[in-house]
Design a protein around this ligand. Structure first.
Ligand code: BJW
Ligand code: ZN
Length: 244
């Protein structure tokens, strides 16, 4: 990493205060160092022949619920066997030093396992199931799941409690995330390609509201042109520089 980037990070670290409003948006890249494949640009998955746009949709689930459930069940097993990494742990520590709102697009629950509380799960949770017939939701950590899983209350087909393409974000989570982006002084974008909206738009909201925007990513993303400082490298190595 360039010396000037390291120096800028250390400067920002020296300016952290308990009342400094900070918002963070994380994506799949933060969990990559825990061994969880990202959605785009990783060819190490059994599922590399499918794009998320082909599986993470209500239409795919309607067409072939077993196929979609096998993908989620495979991911649940992988996540259950994984551990939070140094980047998740750094963000849990950050909450002790600033007024933090943590927004994650990830459904894996690794931030919570690292100790973060009040996480805004923008795209839901892979550990929550929702009945397509009666709407009942339940937490379910079984690995593997019976496929397809059925509702105990009504026998209906359960679906993952996540947000698929074309589905709206939970309004309370959307407004909490938008308010945090608008009101923060510092906005961190970590390990996201910035390809998926409305999550990707939060960085521009923060910037337009006057926040300083920092990005932590292996490579440039769709939001990189909106950031004040781009920190290259694995978030597991770079975020701990900001929050030792
Ligand atoms: C590392 C690293 C390391 C790797 N360290 N970095 C505006 C414009 C165009 C389209 C739209 C728009 N607004 C809405 C849309 C439509 C659509 C959309 O965005 N489409 C685009 C693809 C064009 N959006 C929606 O449909 C959303 N809903 C919506 O807008 O509703 C509106 C509505 C209103 C009224 C009625 C109805 C609807 C919903 C989007 C849902 C996304 N769902 C998924 C699946 C969730 C469940 C699951 O996990 O299965 O969310 S798709 C998938 O993509 C998942 C992710 O959260 C999301 C983002 O991916 P992410 O996290 O960025 O991962 P990657 O893989 O893309 O990137 C990884 C990054 O990490 C890379 O940059 C690497 O370099 C980096 N990296 N290792 C640091 N060690
Ligand atoms: Zn039901």
């Amino acid at each position: 990493m360039d010396e000037h980037i390291r120096a800028a990070l250390l400067q920002i670290r020296a300016e952290l205060r308990p009342d400094l409003p900070v918002a963070v948006l994380t994506g799949a890249g933060i969990s990559a160092a825990s061994g969880i494949p990202t959605f785009r640009g990783s060819a190490d998955s059994l599922w590399e022949n499918y794009r998320p746009e082909e599986l993470a949709t209500p239409e795919a689930f309607a067409r072939d619920p077993e196929l979609v459930w096998r993908w989620y069940d495979w991911r649940r097993a992988m996540i259950a066997a994984a551990e939070p990494n140094a980047a998740h742990l750094a963000l849990a520590r950050l909450a002790e030093r600033v007024a933090l709102t943590l927004i994650t697009q990830n459904v894996d629950g690794l931030h919570q396992r690292a100790g973060s509380r009040g996480v805004l799960e923008f795209h839901g949770s892979i550990w929550r199931l929702r009945c397509t017939a009666c709407g009942r939701t339940q937490d379910d950590r079984r690995v593997p799941l019976p496929i397809p899983p059925l509702c105990e209350a009504c026998g209906g087909l359960l679906r993952p409690g996540v947000v698929w393409f074309g589905e709206g974000i939970d309004p309370a989570i959307m407004s909490g995330a938008a308010a945090a982006a608008q009101d923060c002084a510092l906005f961190l974008v970590v390990g996201t390609s910035g390809a998926v909206h409305p999550a990707a738009g939060l960085a521009a909201v923060a910037r337009d509201s006057g926040a300083r925007v920092l990005e932590f990513n292996l490579e440039l993303s769709a939001v990189s042109r909106e950031v004040d400082l781009f920190v290259p490298g694995s978030a597991a190595e770079t975020l701990p520089l900001l929050v030792p």
